[in-house]
Design a protein around this ligand. Structure first.
Ligand code: ADP
Ligand code: MG
Length: 708
């Protein structure tokens, strides 16, 4: 049988159907996919020596001949020990022992030449190895005597088995399999960057002769993935830019006036971001820009500048927020910001229906949107429902964009409009997120998306005092909470939900936490917020409260303390809340803790954040202490990226990156190189006509991942 990279593993006679099934579960169907299943580490068995006391305690490889083999059974402990004595070339004896593998004895009859790798010890006159890796010395070194690849194993699939399958595939006589594998990286690029071609890289990564070889191979595959990410990003951007948008001329007088009427001075970061956006709006290709700034960095006013410019030119703008509470908050804010302008601002949420409003409100509002009478529409998902039709929507602003799916965003972008001569335009798009994206990640994705960063907080913002609190100091914090509430402040308490716990439902856990606090603070009224409450609506009949109702009650001062599970995003401003307590803080990532902390310090009061921890581990405490030191979300995000990898940021940008690319998202150099090479290639060969291997790999890659 001739095996090629596309051969199905289940058709290979050497692979027994049971194994084929396990491989399938791992998503490995073809030879090619198996060869791209990389080891995650290596055992270094490369030191082959003759027996000598100077190697005691080291991991070494010994070759020798079997002198004696026996199986001892210890019935009491249901244990078998296979004990094999081998004689090395200096005629010194080595005793190797394996537990519960009695069949080994038959595989190692007297006189067999073996190669053993493991930690060398000595007991009495014998050198000893316990459970060493082994193979016959006549075999090519695969499991011993070299850098041995270790793969992620699942039930029924061992690294040893994988090695035995992969090695011969790579070595296939006459048809070196690895040579048949397509190489998505153009030769010129490989040569320029000194990276090994596919056929060598595959050997290096599975069976490296030296540490340098696998480092080189990993570098190559990291580049490959990042190169594909960048190619894809650039293609998305190009596709996006093939659309038309209305050019919105920058009216300097208008914006200057608006800015000078603000009760505060813009930060430099706000100025720069606004300018970038206004420049984008002047172009006939649609803007696709992410405004990224910490909670409280002042994104709203930047969005307002963009909206004002668009509306003032006679067009409509829309703002979409993920929850009704946030939409309402925007509605109030924009009414204030635009109070001196004669603009029609409307709020559209689903509660029209929930409130049982059958009639008047909604249809007449829809009519006003359709006729262009409404200048600025603010709302939730409700604004992308089918019956909402704009007259001339030119700017869409999406707050907390990660909370919306790609499809939902695409819907707003379908609001097309004829500009002239049958040319259609789509709205410019501004998305906003309060999750600071680390610099390196931002660079990695700058191919498909433009990013403006608000990395400067408005002046005279009070620093939130943050402290890690060990169990023995809780009481003093509770006392402090009492005095804060007595002087009129309110308090948040957030606790983690342990997802694995099936016994405790979220409601139960929340109720227990609520009870606990009620016992500590019997004198205060305590509200409870958890993910199982309905999103909105209020029931007058004393039925179930909604999240919105609880938030509003807290805002209006009905509760002194609000207990909330971490699954609820409390996005609303409560200027009077000055203390935030986070239980089991060590369970959260730094960025997430920083997000929670951003819920206080929204008013004029000095605010406090207490990170309660039950852990006395020094590393955990140290990690948390970095929050005591800085309030800078970008700095914290970068630290978090280094500590916990990029996965947690993916809600905000995209998901599903391959492992190697993920590991390398902190590698700025790699990202920059791959971006440059991708740009170069597309400039020379935009359709990749001359690079079919790259084109094919990109197609396959696109099916696996989603870049937004
Ligand atoms: P976010 O980025 O979290 O959306 P907001 O836009 O809600 O932040 O701004 C938070 C608060 O800071 C608001 O009360 C806003 O009026 C105020 N603010 C915004 N920019 C400035 C500034 N340059 N100086 C002082 N206060 C500002
Ligand atoms: Mg905001």
């Amino acid at each position: 049988m001739i095996i090629t990279p596309k051969t199905l593993l289940q058709n290979i006679p050497k692979i027994n159907p049971n194994y084929a099934k396990v491989l399938e579960k791992l998503g490995l169907l073809t030879v090619e996919e198996l060869l791209l299943y990389f080891p995650f580490r290596y055992d270094d068995f490369s030191k082959t020596v003759a027996l000598d006391e100077k190697y005691l305690g080291q991991v070494v490889t010994i070759e020798g001949r079997v002198a004696k083999a026996k199986v001892n059974r210890i019935f009491r402990r249901r244990l078998t020990i296979t004990e094999v004595v081998i004689q090395d070339k200096n005629n010194l004896p080595l005793k190797a022992a394996w537990f519960n593998q009695p069949y080994l004895k038959e595989l190692m009859p007297e006189g067999t030449e073996l190669r053993l790798s493991g930690k060398l010890e000595k007991k009495g006159k014998y050198f000893v190895m316990t459970g060493p890796a082994w193979e016959k010395a006549s075999r090519d070194a695969t499991n011993t005597g070299r850098l041995v690849p270790v793969y992620r194993e699942t039930r029924g699939l061992t690294s040893k088995w994988l090695r035995w399958q992969i090695k011969p595939l790579l070595d296939q006589l006459g048809h070196p399999m690895s040579k048949l594998m397509i190489d998505p990286i153009p030769r010129e690029t490989l040569e320029k960057l000194n990276l090994p071609p596919m056929e060598n890289a595959l050997r290096y990564i599975h069976f490296p002769a030296t540490v340098n070889q696998y480092l080189l191979a990993r570098k190559r595959f990291a580049f490959q993935e990042m190169f594909l990410v960048q190619l894809k990003s650039l293609q998305i951007k190009k596709e996006w830019e093939n659309n038309n948008s209305v050019r919105i001329k920058f009216d300097e007088d208008l914006i200057k006036k608006f800015v000078s009427d603000l009760p505060f001075k813009l930060t430099n970061a706000q100025r720069k971001a606004s300018f970038e956006i206004l420049k984008d709006l002047e172009k006939s290709r649609p803007m696709n820009r992410l405004l990224n700034g910490d909670v409280g960095s002042g994104k709203t006013v930047v969005a307002a500048i963009a909206a004002l410019q668009a509306i003032n030119t006679g067009y409509q703008a829309a703002i979409m927020a993920p929850t009704e509470v946030l939409a309402r908050q925007h509605f109030e804010n924009f009414n204030k910001l635009f109070k001196n302008y004669n603009l029609k601002i409307a709020l559209l949420t689903n509660s029209y229906k929930l409130l049982g409003d059958k009639g008047e409100g909604r249809p007449s509002l829809l009519k006003m949107i359709g006729s262009g009478e409404i200048d600025l529409l603010i709302g939730t998902h409700a604004i992308i429902q089918k019956d909402v039709k704009f007259k001339n929507l030119v700017l869409v602003i999406i707050d907390e964009q990660h909370r919306f799916g790609v499809a939902q965003r695409a819907l707003l972008q379908q609001e097309t409009m004829d500009i002239q001569d049958g040319i259609k335009s789509i709205p410019h798009l501004l998305t906003m997120t309060a999750t600071p994206i680390p610099r390196t990640l931002a660079i990695a994705f700058s191919g498909s998306l433009d990013i403006s960063i608000l990395d400067e907080m408005p002046k005279d913002r009070k620093k939130i005092v943050t402290q890690v609190i060990p169990p023995e100091n809780r009481q003093s914090i509770y006392n402090f909470v009492r005095s804060e509430i007595s002087s009129g402040r309110q308090v948040f308490v957030i606790f983690p939900l342990i997802e694995e716990s099936k016994i405790l439902t979220e409601i139960k856990a929340a109720t227990i936490e609520h009870k606990k606090l009620s016992d500590i603070f019997p004198e205060f009224s305590i509200g409870l917020l958890h993910g199982r409450l309905p999103a909105q609506g209020r029931s007058a009949s004393g039925g179930k409260l909604s999240k919105e109702q609880v938030m509003n009650d807290f805002k209006s001062g009905k509760y002194d303390i609000l207990v909330s599970t971490s699954v609820v995003e409390v996005g609303i401003d409560i200027p009077n809340a000055a203390v935030m307590i986070i239980e089991d803080a060590e369970r959260f990532g730094l960025s997430q803790l920083h997000q929670f902390r951003g819920r206080v310090g929204r008013g004029e009061h000095q605010s406090y954040c207490y990170l309660f921890t039950g852990s006395s581990s020094e590393t955990a405490t140290k990690r948390l202490q970095s929050l005591e030191e800085t309030n800078d979300g970008f700095e914290i995000a970068q630290k978090d990226l280094e500590l916990r990898g990029p996965g947690q940021f993916f809600g905000t940008i995209q998901s599903g990156l391959p492992d190697i690319a993920m590991e390398n998202l902190t590698n700025v150099k790699l990202i920059k190189f791959s971006q440059m090479e991708a740009k170069d290639l597309l400039a020379k060969d935009p359709e990749l006509k001359k690079h079919p291997a790259t084109r094919e790999a990109l197609l396959k890659f696109s099916q696996k991942i989603h870049l937004e």
